[in-house]
Design a protein around this ligand. Structure first.
Ligand SMILES: [Zn+2]
Length: 114
């Protein structure tokens, strides 16, 4: 079963919104360390901020990977191969795309990867 043009356009809109949101979040996370304010002891605060910034970068990294998937999904839409599983070349279930529009694999292949 193939996706209709209007369905693909719907996903494209969502993916474009997602890529903008993700880019914004990544930029914010990578640019400023979390600030705990002045109510904590200075040394503890510095340590906490460094730790928080470390985990912020971890989050940013995860978001970056998601962003890469979103962008590659958008490229697939341009190429007319959106919704095709990268592993088995089968049609990805619309219910999966609904939850996870940037997904690269169909349900069966996703499960097989675990
Ligand atoms: Zn598959």
């Amino acid at each position: 079963m193939n996706l209709s043009t209007s369905e693909v356009q719907k996903f494209k809109k969502r993916l474009m919104g997602m890529s903008q949101d993700l880019e914004k979040q990544v930029t914010e996370l990578e640019s400023k360390p979390a600030d705990f304010g002045d109510d904590v002891d200075a040394m503890d605060e510095e340590k906490n901020e460094a730790e928080a910034f470390g985990s912020q970068l971890g989050v940013a990294q995860a978001l970056r990977e998601r962003l890469a998937n979103v962008l590659s999904a958008l490229q697939k839409i341009e190429k007319g191969v959106y919704g095709v599983c990268e592993k088995c070349q089968g049609q990805i279930e619309p219910s999966i795309l609904d939850v996870d529009p940037e997904t690269r694999f169909c349900k069966a292949c996703k499960l097989a990867r675990r």
